[in-house]
Write a protein that binds this ligand. Structure first.
Ligand SMILES: Cc1cc2nc3c(=O)[nH]c(=O)nc-3n(C[C@H](O)[C@H](O)[C@H](O)COP(=O)(O)O)c2cc1C
Length: 336
């Protein structure tokens, strides 16, 4: 079973990927947060840094393109092939309003005819293997059978399915009921993505769908950076490794960005990683208020020293409880 680290824009950049891969080797691929090309095919400084092969050396990193224009996609794919990447991923899942309003990401799923024209062009001329990360519709899961039939016609490297609609964002249960049928039909590998936050949930999905080629984990592994290692049968997180990972990240960012930007990024990352310590509201608030490096380090040590490691470390989405976040993915949601 392959295990992939999902792209999380604002979190899993090149510095994060390198540090995670060094401290917790074991992810088969790291999908990079999307780049969204325009006619000029030019990138921002941050995108250039993130895509630079030297900053991804030794890491199985897959660039992701968000586009609804086949020429922009193909032009970017050619640049990425020239840079040495073996695969590119097409984003058909981003649910953000600014993206979907432009007909990209999950917004592309609203327009199956345009999607067919795009995919015809992309797969006729793709300069390197293309995988697809998709949701199952824009407004309703009823859109899926048509979208599925379209997607299955193309010779993609693999498909990664986050079985929610764009409108659902991250709310509610993933529609895992679409998997059995997709697995029976797909002539290429199928990877599941969505709400795998614990070892038990990973095992549950693996056992229920043995034909799945892999799992992609996002928020769960950002919160508990040892989760992929654990799923592989290795050790869970411990306090020393958590702190070492934090410190290596912090130092690596300092080599790349100004101090204030580093602290801002660490606030965001600790918003996830503090779930290893039960995501305590007060100490986390103090950490996120700290803007000076000394204050930040003081708040961090207090958080690390005062809190017990959560058993198991568990990401809890906003509005959910520990019980609902850890509940089996295939059983009815608690309380329903
Ligand atoms: C903050 C954030 C940023 C994300 N950025 C991207 C992105 O750049 N590309 C993408 O395909 N998905 C992106 N996603 C979606 C994740 O890759 C993943 O599909 C989603 O979090 C569901 O998986 P999970 O339940 O394991 O977290 C993002 C999600 C979050 C929460």
């Amino acid at each position: 079973m392959r295990l992939y680290f999902a792209p999380l824009e604002g979190f899993t950049d090149a510095v994060y990927r390198q540090t995670h891969h060094r401290v917790f080797p074991g992810a088969d691929k790291y999908f990079m947060p999307f780049v969204s090309p325009s006619a000029s095919l030019s990138f921002t400084g941050r995108e250039r840094f993130d895509l630079d092969p030297r900053n991804n050396a030794g890491i199985p990193a897959v660039p992701q393109i968000l586009a609804c224009n086949a020429d922009y996609f193909l032009g970017t794919a050619a640049l990425l092939r020239d840079a040495g990447y073996p695969e590119v991923n097409l984003n058909l899942g981003c649910p953000s309003g600014t993206v979907t309003a432009k007909g990209k990401g999950a917004g592309f799923l609203k327009n199956p005819d345009a999607l067919v024209r795009f995919l015809d062009a992309v797969f006729a001329r793709a300069p390197l293997p293309v995988s697809v990360k998709t949701r199952i519709g824009f407004a309703s899961p009823e859109e899926w059978p048509r979208l599925r039939d379209i997607l299955l016609q193309y010779p993609m490297q693999e498909i990664i399915v986050h079985p929610r609609t764009g409108r659902e964002h991250y709310a509610g249960r993933p529609h895992t009921e679409i998997l059995e049928d997709l697995l029976a039909r797909a002539p290429f590998p199928v990877i599941y993505n969505g709400n795998v936050f614990t070892l038990a949930q990973a095992r549950e999905i693996q056992a229920a769908f043995p034909r799945l080629s892999g799992l992609m984990l996002g928020r769960g592994v950002t919160a508990n950076p040892a989760l992929i290692r654990e799923i592989r049968g290795g050790r869970g997180i411990d306090r020393e490794t958590l702190l070492a990972f934090h410190d290596q990240l912090y130092r690596a960012y300092l080599r790349t960005w100004p101090e204030t930007a580093v602290i801002g990024r660490m606030h965001a990352i600790m918003g996830y990683m503090s779930f290893c310590l039960g995501n305590p509201a007060k100490p986390l608030k103090a950490l996120c208020r700290a803007t000076h490096p000394d204050d930040y380090q003081d708040a961090l040590r207090r958080l690390m020293d005062e809190r017990e490691l959560a058993h198991p470390p568990l990401f809890i989405p906003p509005g959910e409880t520990r019980e609902s976040a850890a509940a089996p993915l295939l059983a009815p949601a608690p309380g329903h």
